[in-house]
Design a protein around this ligand. Structure first.
Ligand code: F1P
Length: 358
């Protein structure tokens, strides 16, 4: 059951983007199906590769997705893993490519046609010669065609320029890939994952609309550490791309070292709270609250702390390494409603194209 009944008037701007945010759980099913179908080939590539290094690359949203996947590979599979902007791998390979060992490159791209990512793959192959695994949404695209193995999730395809449903589908495919390669790793059960996603959208859609429409907020900070830093970057990008608002991502503790000076009563601080470093992160939020910041926290369980103004409780029942997709729908909706407040059309974002072809 998609929860698309947002009662949005038919002439409301950005209906494609809204539709794709509200129906993204359907693409989650596709992502898990694709990984299940390719399990044998993935295990063969991994076992035969005996990789010492994993590089994950992309551009824009898919670079931020790489910032989530690389720490997942390292923390769950114990292999050295790094996320790289494709342009850096293309232009400065000598500063990034491992000089010893065996490397696997994961090239993430919604379109599969972004020039920087295609050219970075070419440089990697010329200089390193290792295999390339592609995660994307278009089977006919160049990256899918030149990949040694491709995880393509057609259900992630979307009309809107900004990545919403495609991002969460590709992220889930990447997470499921890591779970597949883990000894005894199990994929999250599809139906409970989708049901929880739909419940979260139904429960917090109104909160996203309320905060998105609040004219008091003039700047947005998204705080996330560990696996959540890449996610903080992505949801901050959504706020920028859709609403043209002042928005920045930071590691939680890093925010104190200077950027905190920007916080005032017109600031919405969104924190992706961890279990591992909770007390440190809450201490940061108390400092920001004291400066007048409005604090929204996303956490697995309810947290009672005077610094918190609003809370989104994920209650996923999943380990931290498998619950990252749940951060996306409501924070994408926050960017969507902020765009409407700023008179922007999320379906036709300012100065942005769906693919950068050089
Ligand atoms: C990457 C990307 C998007 C960005 C914009 C331009 O595309 O940078 O992240 O939002 O749409 O393209 P892709 O390589 O993932 O298709």
């Amino acid at each position: 059951m998609s929860t698309y009944s947002s009662n949005a008037p038919i002439n409301q701007p950005g209906l494609h983007t809204l539709q794709e945010i509200l129906t993204q759980t359907e693409a989650w099913r596709g992502a898990l199906r694709v990984v299940q179908e390719k399990q044998a080939a993935l295990l063969q590539l991994w076992r035969e590769g005996a990789f010492s290094d994993v590089l994950v690359t992309g551009c824009g949203s898919t670079y931020y997705l790489s910032l989530i996947l690389a720490p997942l590979f390292q923390s769950q599979l114990g292999v050295r893993a790094r996320a790289l902007p494709a342009s850096e791998l293309l232009l400065y390979p000598e500063t990034l490519l491992p000089t010893t060992g065996r490397t696997l490159l994961i090239a993430v791209s919604r379109s599969g046609t972004t020039s920087e990512t295609i050219q970075a793959v070419r440089v990697y192959r010329e200089r390193n010669g290792g295999p390339m695994l592609h995660i994307g949404c278009y089977p006919e695209a160049e990256l899918a065609q030149i990949a040694d193995l491709a995880l393509v999730v057609p259900e992630g395809r979307e009309e809107s320029v900004v990545q919403t449903r495609s991002f969460s589908a590709m992220l889930l495919a990447g997470q499921a890939l890591v779970a597949t390669l883990q000894d005894g790793g199990t994929l999250p059960a599809t139906q409970p994952l989708i049901e929880r996603g739909e419940q979260l959208i139904a429960s917090y859609h109104e909160l996203a609309r309320h905060l998105g429409h609040n004219p008091e907020f003039g700047r947005f900070y998204f705080l996330g550490s560990g696996l959540r830093y890449g996610m903080a970057c992505e949801v901050s990008l959504k706020m920028k791309e859709m609403s043209l608002s002042f928005s920045e991502p930071f590691h939680c503790m890093e925010f104190r070292h200077g950027p905190m000076s920007m916080v005032n009563e017109h600031t919405l601080v969104v924190c992706l709270l961890s279990e591992q470093a909770r007390e440190y992160e809450l201490a940061v939020l108390r400092d920001l609250k004291a400066l007048g910041g409005h604090i929204l926290v996303l956490s697995e369980q309810k947290v009672n702390d005077p610094a918190i103004d609003e809370q989104i409780i994920l209650a996923s029942g999943l380990p931290e390494s498998q619950r990252t997709v749940f951060y996306l729908p409501i924070l994408q909706l926050l960017g969507y409603y902020r765009a409407l407040t700023n008179g922007q059309d999320p379906d036709h974002p300012h100065n942005l194209t769906a693919v950068v072809v050089l």
